[in-house]
Design a protein around this ligand. Structure first.
Ligand SMILES: [Zn+2]
Length: 409
């Protein structure tokens, strides 16, 4: 049955840099039918649809935040792993602690993680999923998700077959989740498996996400087969991570690369011309004590930027507002509007959902957040939105208001 709802709020930002006072949204069956640019248009839409206007009051109505990279299934490792001296000791500790934890503990932590995301204004998450910690049914209580099914073989043909068997069956489609694939990283996934996953993603039109160039150790192993990763991974083909992705046909607009802390000369330009997005995770970057993030290289190359929390194994929270704030602190010259863009439309683009999420427009999902106690002028408002952890008052997904867990706000 077709159901129309009309919302209004004191102020709305349908897309980055646009402000509408007294307008609203017409929503039908969970999707935005029309962005209403004035109170008169809002009243007219409600009259025509024969419904009451739902007045949200003195708040800012904004598209929900997009956390473009998380691992909910590592949430039980929150606070468990001290920042390490290198990437490999961290990887070993994650593997060890993950194996030792009970599935029930992992599930409960993942559910708390989902609740935290919702309560802090995230309505869409790109969640790398290594197993089946959360069922699709359990995911429906959280944000809308792109379930990025993780694949990793560390060069082992047996593991490769096992991974391909597991991914052979596509996820059933549902409007609250989209299937994606996540070849873990170019150094942990063989070139054969990268090629097979690239074909699978094309057949399914699935978004792809890959960790790339996170640590100097992995770049060294890719190019020379040397360094700490040689213990774990054996010999290398000598190709850079990006070259491996390019050869597999994985560089394109459906792909997002996560981290990108050490791009070689020309790699930012290659990403820019391929249309792939880059997901930066400021909290995880800080946890590992990494040097400055080469943001300007990517901006100058025209790479689409998104933000992610990564997992609680390398970050203190799953709150995308905090990631915006950390990015503001680490790059004080960056315009607040660009930060807001990365946290909304940039994230949707990275997850292959441009036009469906991250902004209000006809045909987008009605995933909305209201923020209270904000200043009135757009300049100071953007400052508060991106730097000051704005107070989330309400969250809607598909036009349905979600109950927020008070313990997670
Ligand atoms: Zn990650």
């Amino acid at each position: 049955m077709t159901q129309t709802q009309v919302f209004t709020a004191a102020l709305m930002t349908p897309s980055p840099g646009r402000w509408v006072a007294g307008g609203g949204l017409e929503i039908r069956d969970g999707c935005i039918q029309r962005v209403l640019e004035s109170l008169t248009a809002t009243k007219r839409a409600a009259l025509k649809a024969g419904c009451e206007i739902q007045d949200l009051g003195q708040v800012l109505l904004a598209p929900g935040l997009v956390n473009a990279h998380a691992h909910l299934d590592l949430s039980h490792l929150g606070g468990e792993i001290e920042p390490p001296s290198g990437m490999l000791p961290w990887v070993r500790e994650v593997i060890e602690k993950r194996m030792a934890a009970s599935p029930q503990l992992a599930l409960e932590a993942a559910l708390r993680g989902q609740a935290r995301m919702l309560a802090t204004g995230t309505t869409l998450v790109g969640d790398v999923d290594a197993g089946d910690t959360l069922t699709l049914e359990q995911r429906r209580a959280g944000p809308r998700s792109v379930v990025l099914r993780e694949a990793l073989d560390a060069g082992s043909p047996e593991r490769r077959s096992e991974v391909l068997r597991r991914l052979d069956r596509a996820l059933p489609s549902h409007r609250l989740h989209v299937e994606g694939l996540s070849p873990h990283a170019p150094h942990t996934v063989s070139e054969e498996l990268l090629a097979a996953l690239s074909d699978m993603a094309k057949q399914r039109s699935a978004p792809v996400q890959v960790h790339w160039s996170e640590s100097e150790e992995e770049c060294l192993w890719c190019l020379t087969g040397q360094g700490p990763f040689s213990e774990l991974l054996g010999p290398s083909s000598g190709r850079s991570g990006l070259e491996r992705l390019r050869r597999a046909g994985l560089l394109g607009p459906r792909t997002s690369l996560v981290h990108g802390n050490h791009p070689a000369r020309g790699e930012a330009q290659e990403l820019g011309s391929s249309g792939a997005s880059l997901v930066h995770c400021p909290g995880s970057h800080q946890y590992f004590g990494r040097g400055s993030f080469p943001l300007d290289d990517y901006r100058e190359a025209g790479v689409g930027l998104a933000l992610g929390t990564d997992s609680l194994a390398s970050n203190g929270d799953l709150d995308l507002r905090r990631e915006m704030s950390l990015l503001r602190s680490s790059h004080p010259g960056l315009a607040p509007l660009e930060v807001w863009r990365a946290a909304t439309v940039g994230g949707a683009q990275a997850l292959g959902l441009a036009g469906r999420a991250g902004e209000f427009r006809t045909g987008a999902w009605a995933d909305m957040v209201t923020y209270a106690d904000l200043p009135q002028s757009p300049e100071t408002l953007l400052e508060a939105l991106t730097a000051d952890l704005p107070s989330v008052e309400g969250v809607w997904i598909d036009g349905q208001k979600r109950a927020l867990d008070p313990a997670r706000t």
